[in-house]
Design a protein around this ligand. Structure first.
Ligand SMILES: Cc1ncc(COP(=O)(O)O)c(C=O)c1O
Length: 401
């Protein structure tokens, strides 16, 4: 792909960093910076409230992002409605919202099924729900290829006594292995389960189709947009009557001291002043991704991932996590007899930025490897030269470790 010139941080960066940490946060193209900047420079007002021109303009720009998101996450004949798009502060917020609102009346007759490979954001809110309500929290394991074991998932679904919610990542950040998400969605539907897909890593990398799920969550800062903003797609009707997760201004119809009536979807779940600039920037980021072509991004990241995986496999003392499975967007590996943080520190000294440790996915890494790891992750701007720099820097680091 040829998009590096769209990123001032890549063209102007004085230190020449090879940024291989896009799974944590992707870089932001200039057009998104400009869009955010224009909001603050020209119409920096609150939304849904004022009737002056700046407030009107901010409201129109903010609301215009809902159909942009909807268009981006739909395929075929599905049409996402504006009322199905709730803006949040990110994936974590979106999952907490579902756990607290959709599952507000769940109890020990209900179950939530997550996978072994989840990010903490898709584990801890369900543990909290279990601890306060008695909901059963089940974990489905991965097979030897790093795919969710569909037989195990079906067993768990069969054993459910009342409501089931399957909450899994389409592309786990600790494996980089794209899951058979359509199959997971269809299987779960056969058992009338509700399906929540964590799209934090997948939405920036593959075409999504919300027709196979009920909830889809993702973050702006992983899809070339601003931090502190994200999306909850919620199928129409699922959250209309649930108790709001947060309450306050803008999510109400009327308030008096005796009682409050809540707003309709999606504003019912957007309490207080939203990240207006963030939402507007997210809209521009998604348009930028569409200009690049999501299929081109998928192909580029698959190419870079194959290249990186093969190169890493050839380095002595390096073991790649699930070495025989293809990856998309990130490779996780460990180095024999070396702490992951030491490796990352030595790479950093050579201007190669990677992530190390437990990657906010401690259970799978502790259970399967018993240690922290190093993760190199990519964006549509990542080049094979940057992977070569990683390998050279790694080989040099290993001489001192
Ligand atoms: C798969 C996955 N889920 C959830 C999250 C949490 O995202 P955020 O911190 O933007 O809420 C991440 C972040 O790394 C992730 O990779």
């Amino acid at each position: 792909m040829n998009c590096r010139s769209d990123f001032a941080i890549l063209t102007d960066s004085p230190d020449g960093t090879a940024y291989l940490d896009s799974a944590a946060t992707s870089l932001t193209p200039d057009c998104v910076l400009e869009k955010v900047n224009r909001y603050y420079r020209y119409y920096n007002a609150n939304i849904h409230r004022g009737i002056h021109n700046w407030a009107e303009k901010a409201t129109v720009e903010y609301e215009a992002v809902r159909p942009i998101v909807g268009d981006f996450i739909q395929m075929g004949t599905t049409t996402v409605k504006d009322c199905e798009i709730v803006f949040s502060s990110g994936t974590t917020h979106s999952i907490n919202l579902v756990a607290n609102s959709f599952c507000a009346d769940w109890d020990s007759d209900d179950q939530v099924i997550i996978s072994e490979a989840e990010h903490h954001a898709n584990i801890v809110p369900w543990q909290q729900l279990r601890d306060r309500s008695g909901v059963k929290l089940q974990v489905v394991f991965l097979d030897e290829k790093g795919q969710i074991d569909l037989g195990h998932l079906e067993d768990l679904l069969k054993r459910g006594t009342r409501r089931s919610l399957v909450a899994t990542s389409i592309l786990p950040n600790a494996t980089g292995i794209l899951q058979d998400w359509q199959q997971i969605g269809q299987l779960s539907k056969m058992y009338d389960a509700t399906v929540l897909f964590d799209g934090a890593q997948s939405v920036p990398r593959i075409q999504t189709d919300v027709s196979v799920c009920d909830f889809l969550v993702f973050s702006g800062h992983k899809i070339y947009g601003p931090t502190g903003v994200g999306v909850l797609y919620a199928r129409q009707g699922l959250l209309d009557d649930a108790p709001p997760y947060m309450s306050g201004g803008d999510m109400i119809k009327t308030v008096n001291f005796a009682e409050t009536t809540f707003n309709i979807m999606p504003w019912r779940y957007e309490a207080g002043t939203q990240n207006i600039a963030g939402v507007i920037g997210l809209g521009r980021a998604i348009q930028w991704v569409q200009e690049q072509g999501i299929d081109n991004i998928t192909a580029h990241e698959a190419m870079i991932s194959d290249y990186a995986q093969e190169a890493l496999k050839s380095v002595d003392r390096v073991s790649v996590f699930f070495p025989d499975s293809s990856k998309l967007g990130l490779i996780v590996f460990a180095v024999d007899n070396a702490q992951s943080s030491d490796v990352a520190t030595l790479l950093n000294a050579q201007q190669v930025a990677v992530r190390s440790g437990y990657l906010c996915a401690e259970p799978i890494l502790r259970n399967r490897l018993g240690r922290g790891v190093i993760r190199a992750s990519f964006g549509c701007y990542t080049t094979t030269e940057e992977i070569d720099r990683l390998i050279t820097a790694l080989q040099k680091s290993l001489q001192t470790l």
